[in-house]
Design a binder for this molecule. Sequence first.
Ligand code: SF4
Length: 155
Amino acid sequence: MILVSSCLAGFAVRYNGTDSLEDNVRTLLERGEAIAVCPELMGGFVTPREPAEIVGGNGDDVLDGFARVIERSGADVTELYLRGAQLTLEQARETGADTVILKENSPSCGSLAIYNGDFAGIKVDGRGVTSALLRRHGIRVLSENNYREALKLTI
Ligand code: SF4
């Protein structure tokens, strides 16, 4: 079983009420080979919500207590991000998922890049909070940008 970001599966759960549909990811879901999860909704957010970025580091730094997740208006929402990450990890364990396909650039789901915390649209190398936690627990974290090659998908 594979966990996939809900927005990649076509659910309009992004902060601004949109989705990020990836047809192949949706097909995995429809075949019953994947389960959709949204760490931010699991953490307690609703859609729409304010955009947030990691300030002071990356998702690993958030897990280690050295960086925070901050909304554009300045609210510290780190605890909700940590809760969403933990619940996603539990979902992976309950379903036996050893692989996830996550949306890129998100402060939760990013696995190759995230925004730099300035809310200026600038990306830096790094992973989000959920991505970092899953990786620490031995789950194979794939990006929307590399999952086709990694899984050798023929769909
Ligand atoms: S937390 Fe992940 S699944 Fe949810 S909207 Fe953001 S990128 Fe998509």
